[in-house]
Write a protein that binds this ligand. Sequence first.
Ligand SMILES: [Zn+2]
Length: 1006
Amino acid sequence: MHDNRQLVEGRLARFNDERVTPAVYQAFAPVTITAWTVPDEPVPFADAVRQKYSPIDIGTAWGKPWGTMWIHATGSIPKEWLDSRGRLPRGLATELLVDPGFTGGPGFNAEGLVFRPDGSTVKAISPYNAYVPVDHRQPLDVYIEAAANPDIGISGFRPTALGDKATAGDGPIYKLARVQFALRNTVVWELQQDIAVLGGLMHALPVDLPRRHEILRAFERMLDIVDPEDVAGTAAAGRAALADAFAKPAYASAHNLIAVGHAHIDSAWLWPIRETIRKCARTFSNMVDLMDRYPDFTFACSSAQQFAWIKEHYPELFTRIKAKVRAGQFIPVGSMWVEADTNMPGGEAMARQFVAGKRFFLDEFGLDTLEAWLPDSFGYSAALPQIVKSAGADYFLTQKISWNQTNRMPHHTFAWEGIDGTRVFTHFPPVDKYNSELHANDLAHAQSNYREQGVGTVSLIPFGYGDGGGGATREMLAVTERVRSLEGSPTMELGTPIDFFRRAEAEYPTPPVWSGELYLEIHRGTYTTQANTKQGNRRSEHLLREAELWAATASVRSGVEYPYAELEEIWHLVLLQQFHDILPGSSIAWVHHDAERNYTAIAGRLEKVIAAALAALSGKGSGRGRKALTFNAGPYERDGVAGLGAGIAEAADEVVPQKYRRGYVLDNGVIRAVISAKGLITSLTDYATGREAIAPGTVGNLLQLHRDIPNQWDAWDIDEFYRRNVTDLTTVESLSVDGDEVVVERVFGTSRITQRLRLAAGSAALEIVNDIDWQESQKLLKLAFPVDVHADRSASETQFGHVFRPTHSNTSWDVAKFEICAHRWVHVGEPGYGVAVANDSTYGHDIGRRTRDDGGTTTTIRLSLLRAPHYPDPTADLGHHVLRVSISPGASIADAVAEGYRMNLRPRTVRGTESSVEPLVRVSNPAVVVEAVKLAEDRSGDVIVRMYESRGGKAEAMLTAGFDYSSVECTDLLERTTDGPVTVGAEGAITLRLRPFQLVTLRFAT
Ligand SMILES: [Zn+2]
């Protein structure tokens, strides 16, 4: 036959657009609307409903950026829509349609939540989901809380003032477009969904496949049957013409999709946290409404924090969610407090993400969630498998690695192996997104992209509008009803993440293994952007360690009440701010201003907790008997004071800089540093090896300024070409000595930096305090230490251990790691010799190497101190920063671990009557590090001690408890009894036998 395929496809497209779509709503009618504009920040319904509402016309401009307007809509369905007995004819549905003036897609735009007069929520309003079901038997009486959330313009990455209320302006940004009754023809709507699903499938199929033409001819018959003058009257016949095409089952070997409704709601991003709370209410009320009408619909919802917000701010909605959780439709997933970044949170904080998340789900729903759900975080630390398993979870899910700019991950379902050897069953949905609209192209992509073809048959597909919320829609559920088994399409069934994991694991019990981190080959700037937020996180994590340690010690030793509630509240806030757009620095200015304010408040509250505990432990007394008692919260002895205890610190002499040539030398008998007239380190030696650390022909403490203009995603990305433009900041404004410090001042661009170099008595680390007034634009400031070390790999601290990465660029995978994340330290070494660089605020690093003319190798360690991206916060990072760094020549990894704690935990001296405080626990082997000492989450008063093997080798250690206890047992992170590598001897001696990087939690019943 002649080929008229394109002609028929064109006919279908025009008929759908011009005849079917306009026929879905067959009548409209006005409602009465009045409005009240909230003067500033949002108010609860109970306040809003009491205000005076004024008439408002359609077409009225409204909404300053971030403003809120409440609309009161009343009226009755026109009688002519009903039959003579007041009933709605079959095939019709009455709705209220609301368009506050949408300008784009859901989540990045105006949106609203509809309330009944009693304050209960009906559903939300957003683009592509702007209807409210209306009962035609009742008069309409609803309140719509419309939010004028500005579009921050994610597509253009242009600097915008809209991300901060102070600069966003106060002119209206939306125009009220529609609030009216509508009469929906449900048969025409079903025909519209048929065309969308079958038409989508047709276009996704190859043109040489018979199935494609079978669908084409079915459409041709439908087009002949449906009367363009009477679509409503002929839609049912049109649907019948497509029935045969829908009746053909899927190929026997079709890929199987388990579809799970989802709404990835970023806990803050291009909106502040306060707006996320409302976004959660909107999306969740939509999902609960959809569940009422689609009993098979399942919706996976992560982040205990988001549930907690609903519990606090929308208790009525929370009750309905609880019922849906019991019904198995609303599915809490993820086990974490928020979908955190996983590169930067410290070990204990990463553990607490799971403790807080799982505890919430257990307490509120009685559910032990079994998966980690992180579809969108920017890379996954190699410590995660052990943390996930230690929290009692079995599965891990992400898809973000599909964003890699260089390499494609070889697996979609695999065993992910962490630094300690723990493996966790992991899935990357091959649809490559967490917010599918279930378009046929997505389904086809999931099938063709799936890397386990031939051995695995199933993948997960999360569907629903995401990022700014939205979730699933009735149109998406129409797809799930139509493609259960449809020839040419993968099969699809609605299910839960655990349904998927169980099935995938059963069919694929020995999947391939991926060892080590899941490094994301994009968004490398997120280790550095918004330095204040990162510093706040680091400080908070260490203050929490101190607060818990000293409060637990004071409770055990002095019977002081342990501040459970205060610590829990602070932990929750710290955990929230580790969300994957807050700690990474990729949010609008408002979010980071909030974060900085919160960190300041957290520090104040924790200082109070610490002060109260130290006061109790140091003894009250007054007058002459009072001594200076030094508390050491670190795991190792310091200045003669035991780790985790207190004592009288040994007095240390000052190491005074000596004039040397045109610069200075710092020498404490342990190490010796020569600082040139330009303030650069020209020599750095340790007395133990006598070896020079600084590579020949180079200098250390070299500040380097790079042009930093990525192609897109400004706050997120450092593109590799940044290295091509660099200015070495070697011009010195002044070089002087202040007490025991060498002070170097430099001016560059419109910025200024003062470096203070100091060597403490007995210390093997030269400390550099960088005091920076940073006023640059799109620049990256690096601090470089080129060292004479031949290292194939560098070690970087991660949670409960360290990760190795190549220093060379053999493969595309190695090349892509040109910027890496480390916690408190990095290390490069040869057998018997190494150099460690530690920090108190910095995460971004790069470590590379080159061969010199003399045949030796220069390995250069650089810290990424500051950036200055323009989007989404145009003033990110500008201002004053104090960033501490240290370099230790002749250091082992064990030294690096100790220096990392030393840099981040300062001893505290208080005056009191006591001359020592015995640590609650002592560990005989320094390879085994105590990460946390606290009282149990169940508030029983039991003492919890968390430790890990820190050097990457097997370790045996004796643990001595300095308090009376009745029993000791190993637990998981949630403090539930498990088997563990601990034996208790006859005399109560506790022996630990740990594998490399093994994490262990002990519970002492008191
Ligand atoms: Zn996200």
